[in-house]
Every structure is written in C-alpha cells, then in structure tokens.
Design a protein around this ligand. Structure first.
Ligand code: SF4
Ligand SMILES: [Zn+2]
Length: 327
C-alpha cells in the first residue's frame, strides 16, 4: 500500500530530552521542522545523508509557521529548544528569512537557550545579528564531520573545507554564540581503525574551537550512497566499541553522542546482547561526562571488534568483514 503523504503543516517530530544548560540538567524540547530541504543535498549531497526524505520542496512559509505552532503546543516550560530542519536553519533556500526571524522571535520569549544547525557558508554577522535580536542565548551546530579535508571531500562529499568551518566558528565566537561541532564516526571507505583515529584526531584539532563535540556514528539512511554500499556488504556501521573508544578521549570541549538507530543493523551496533547496556551508559555519559560509565560493560564480542581492527587492513577492505567472509 502506498504510504500516506506526510502533512506539510505538521513537524517531522517533536520530543523532550534531557540536556545540560550552564552546567545544570534541564529539559530540552526538540523540534524537527519539515523544510524545503538542504540546498547542498539538492545540488550534490553528502554520501550518508537521507534527511531529504523528511523534506518537501513545496513547503511554504505558512506551512513552516503552522508546523512551529504545532511544535510549541508541546512546550511546557522547557528552557532549552533545539530546532532542526534536516539541513541548515540559516540557509535562505531552505528557510526563508521571514520564517526564520519569526520562529526565533516567537521562541525567543519562551525559552532561555536555542540551538540550530547550519552549514558554515550560511553563518554571517548579518544573519547572527538578526537572530540575536530575538534570542537570549544561541548555539549553532555545524556538521564538520572530520577535521581532515581529504576524508571530508572524498568519503563524505561535504562540499566545504576546514578553513570554511574555522571561519564560521570565528564569527560565532566573536558574537558570543556557542558552537557545537558534529563529527562523523566511520564515513564510508574508512576501516574501523582509521575511523577511530580520524575522530580522535578531529577532536584534538577542534576541541579549543568549540564548546561541545557531538560524535555521530553513521546510520544507514534510505536512498543514500552509503545504503548502496551497505546492501552489497561493502559497509558496516561502526561498532559501539569504537564509539566508546573515541569518547574516552580527554578534551577541552564537552563530548556527547546520541547515535541514531543505535543497536540496530543500520546504526552503530555490537552483537545485540551488549548494545542496550552501552546505549544506556551513553545517556548517562552525555549528562555527567564520566567515561567510567563504560568500565563495567563487558561482552565476548569485544574480541571480535579487536580482531576486526587488526584484520581489515590485512584484508585490504573497509567492507563488512563478517558478511564478506560468509560462505
Ligand atoms: S549532511 Fe547536512 S549538509 Fe550534508 S546533505 Fe545532509 S543536510 Fe545537507
Ligand atoms: Zn556484545
């Protein structure tokens, strides 16, 4: 049966989660608006990104206003608001200026802190001035994915450089705006070992430029190049052990991770038996920043993960070893 078309006037999702605000644990309202879609995705797109599945090019400013109204019906005093658009909130092709300003104006009076996401090229003094007129405290998340330009270009097709990210971070810092940086764990074509090293090196490089680093393990999204590789056994989402390994890193910035699809075949996973305990420990880690939460988690599959780290380079593949070796 064909799937029902999602309504243009209702948001993709709205929920409440726990977050840290000025060192205190608070409730955060998370809103995913259905936008026209990321303009980079429309032109070319990142290899792992299927966010356009949640977008609709025919969304109008009136639809956006209605979606936001629906979302704010769920606002029950949460001081923290995260507004996601499956792209860049500051991209005028995705969210027109008027909608952007009226959303921020309407939200600014109700919450203490707002987080939005943007590619670096849309971060400018003018855009931020308009936002800061309405919002007390603003945070902008940028999907840098990796500090390595070659990996970002060849394995992700991100379409901007580290210099572009650094320029945006400077504008944000100069305007007193907090920066959250997303790093991608295990882009395609990297072995598990190389993927761990890539995130560790990236954390080192950005930890003094950003207040928060969110490590996002790849989850295999519908209709993406990564999904094509995964279906042929040429890609395996990262092990949760790899995520634990990178989160052990000591860093200036706050380190967090909330793996989408964690514990499923398409998301970061181990053997299924230990996935839930690691994901639960992660929730704790995100609020308390104590790596000791992972210390007591043990499972036989850790040896298989260690073998994978050794074997992939010897086998000369970054594919899914277990599937490739199956008779
Ligand atoms: S990851 Fe971000 S920048 Fe890349 S295509 Fe998706 S929404 Fe656009
Ligand atoms: Zn296990």
């Amino acid at each position: 049966m064909p799937r029902a078309q999602p309504s243009r006037s209702t948001p993709v999702a709205v929920w409440t989660e726990r977050e840290l605000l000025n060192g205190e644990k608070v409730d955060a309202l998370v809103v995913i608006l259905r936008s026209k879609g990321c303009s980079w995705s429309n032109r070319s797109g990142c290899l792992m990104c299927g966010y356009n599945n949640d977008c609709d090019p025919s969304v109008t400013p009136e639809d956006l206003a209605r979606q936001f109204e629906h979302a704010m019906d769920k606002h029950e005093g949460q001081p923290y608001l995260k507004i996601y658009t499956s792209g860049s909130f500051f991209d005028p092709e995705e969210v027109d200026f008027e909608s952007r300003d009226s959303i921020l104006e309407s939200a600014g009076g109700k919450v203490e802190h707002i987080l939005v996401e943007s590619r670096p090229e849309f971060v400018s003094k003018e855009t931020l001035d308009a936002a800061l007129n309405s919002v007390k405290s603003l945070e902008v998340a940028i999907g840098l994915e990796t500090a390595d330009d070659a990996v970002r270009g060849k394995c992700i097709n991100k379409g901007f450089s580290f210099a572009g990210y650094a320029g945006a971070v400077k504008v944000l810092n100069d305007n007193g705006i907090m920066v959250r940086t997303y790093l991608l764990l295990k882009p395609p074509f990297l072995t598990e070992r190389k993927a761990i090293a890539d995130v560790q090196e990236s954390i080192e490089k950005v930890s003094e430029m950003t207040q928060t680093i969110s490590v996002n393990p790849v989850n295999v999204q519908r209709g993406t190049a990564v999904e094509g590789l995964w279906k042929r056994g040429l890609y395996r989402p990262p092990w949760l052990w790899s995520l634990v390994e990178v989160l052990k890193k000591t860093t200036e910035a706050r380190l967090v991770s909330a793996p989408s699809g964690g514990g499923t075949r398409r998301g970061a996973h181990n053997c299924r038996k230990c996935d839930r305990s690691i994901l639960n420990a992660l929730r704790d880690f995100n609020l308390n920043a104590d790596g000791a939460v992972f210390d007591d988690i043990n499972c036989d599959c850790r040896d298989e993960w260690l073998d994978t780290l050794e074997l992939e380079p010897l086998a000369g593949t970054s594919g899914d070893l277990a599937r490739l070796m199956r008779p």
